[in-house]
Design a protein around this ligand. Structure first.
Ligand SMILES: [Zn+2]
Ligand SMILES: [Zn+2]
Ligand SMILES: [Zn+2]
Length: 425
């Protein structure tokens, strides 16, 4: 199966349906087919779960049944046998091995493209912390696989790109030390691993009146701050960003303080996707970005499994072109169809949740202002795909990308990000 390189919100660009060589369904997190015992691994280049057979050399693998004289050789991520249970593979061929900014292949890498982003992980001799880290890595792999599928740059700040790359610190509170604050600063995403404790996370969610709080949500939000630095700051997109999200030069610390002291303005649902988004243009960006990733991944999952909304008996007043930020964009009709299909899908899923007695699957409403912001994120992602395409990155075939009105530019990272925050997601 080939990886779909023509990203469109209406096509499964983040494929989530996989089959073992025996034909049985297998899932993104699997490293073994329970039906036939075949070893499985995720190839981040192809975005596919592969059925594996042992390679010629100890510790190597090839795709089971791979044809041709020199099939791709893989190694498993060194985090396979850890609490992370990482099922990702490292392709060994020169054209697929990870490279640093100078183009030098990182032959000695033992961690997959997702795990190679980790700067700090918890002390794994603590079983509770190890288990929490395992949950975080599972969420992170889902995040990273979507970023790769969308063609966004995913470079480790540690061994690939010290200037523009990204890295993660997963840390626990230590006695006598300041509390670990979840946030992003200068390409470093920090997550307090306590967020993987269901009781504590749910308590925090209720205390902050959030409708939704998950590990994946945190990671999507924080990586949004990173991509703002990388793709928006100092770029030709900045002006339009400010017209949609507001001026990010507003005092961030003061804005947070006001938010926590007074709460959000009562009319926030007319302008923002969440109450937290109303604190500051940076948070609005990160929340909207996270939301775009929620929608694309979930929608693509539904599409992967053939769930079509065309037949569904649920009708909403559809979003129309006049509600968009750039109605003239080439794929604006497709984007609208995506939004309208999403509304129907999430409406059905909410009702299914209620039938099951669980919280709503999608506890959000999209006002028109958020629709505009989502299309801005969408067009930026489309343009970043082009910028990101280089040898060795997952999408190296030409795809037809939109050319949005603001010309895309590979901006150097401009501003530093603000102080870490205590919430997000
Ligand atoms: Zn099987
Ligand atoms: Zn890994
Ligand atoms: Zn944030």
């Amino acid at each position: 199966m080939t990886f779909d390189s023509s990203f469109s919100p209406l096509e499964p660009s983040v494929r989530r349906r996989f089959n073992c060589r025996c034909g049985k369904p297998v899932f993104f997190r699997n490293s073994l087919c329970i039906a036939c015992g075949t070893a499985l691994g995720f190839d981040p280049v192809r975005g596919d779960i592969l059925s594996l057979a042992p390679g010629a050399e100890e510790g190597t693998w090839i795709e089971d049944g791979a044809a041709g004289p020199s099939p791709e050789v893989y190694r498993r991520c060194a985090n396979f046998d850890t609490a992370a249970s990482c099922n990702w593979l490292l392709p060994q061929s020169p054209e697929h091995v990870a490279r640093d900014v100078s183009g030098t292949p990182l032959q000695q890498r033992t961690l997959c493209i997702a795990c190679a982003l980790n700067r700090q992980i918890p002390d794994l001799s603590n079983a509770v912390h190890a288990a929490q880290w395992g949950k975080i890595e599972m969420a992170k792999r889902r995040l990273v696989s979507a970023l790769l599928a969308m063609g966004l740059p995913v470079d480790s700040r540690l061994d690939q790109d010290p200037q523009r790359g990204v890295a993660f610190d997963f840390m626990s509170d230590l006695n006598g030390q300041p509390r670990v604050l979840t946030g992003h600063a200068d390409g470093l995403v920090t997550l307090n691993i306590e967020e993987a404790d269901d009781v504590k996370r749910e308590k925090a969610r209720a205390a902050m009146h959030e409708p939704y709080r998950t590990l994946l949500g945190h990671l999507r939000h924080e990586i949004g701050h990173y991509y703002w630095d990388r793709l928006v700051a100092g770029s030709d997109w900045l002006e339009d960003y400010r017209s949609l999200f507001g001026d990010e030069r507003a005092d961030y610390a003061a804005a947070l303080q006001t938010h926590y002291a007074q709460g959000p303005a009562p009319d926030w649902p007319l302008h923002y996707v969440s109450a937290y988004a109303s604190t500051h243009p940076w948070e609005d960006w990160a929340e909207t970005w996270a939301h775009y990733l929620h929608m694309v991944d979930t929608f693509d999952t539904a599409m992967s499994f053939g769930l079509s909304m065309e037949e569904s008996d649920i009708e909403y007043e559809p979003f129309t072109a006049d509600m968009l930020y750039r109605p003239e964009a080439a794929d604006a009709p497709a984007f609208l169809e995506f939004l309208n299909s999403w509304t129907r899908l999430s409406g059905v899923l909410n009702e299914i949740s209620r039938s099951m007695g669980t919280p709503d699957f999608y506890p959000f409403v999209l006002p028109i202002e958020v629709v505009r912001k989502l299309q801005f994120v969408h067009l930026l992602v489309q343009s970043a795909r082009v910028v990101a395409r280089q040898p060795g990155t997952p999408l190296d075939t030409a795809s037809e990308s939109v050319t949005p009105p603001p010309p895309p530019s590979a901006s150097p990272d401009a501003s530093a990000q603000p102080v870490p925050e205590t919430t997000g997601g």
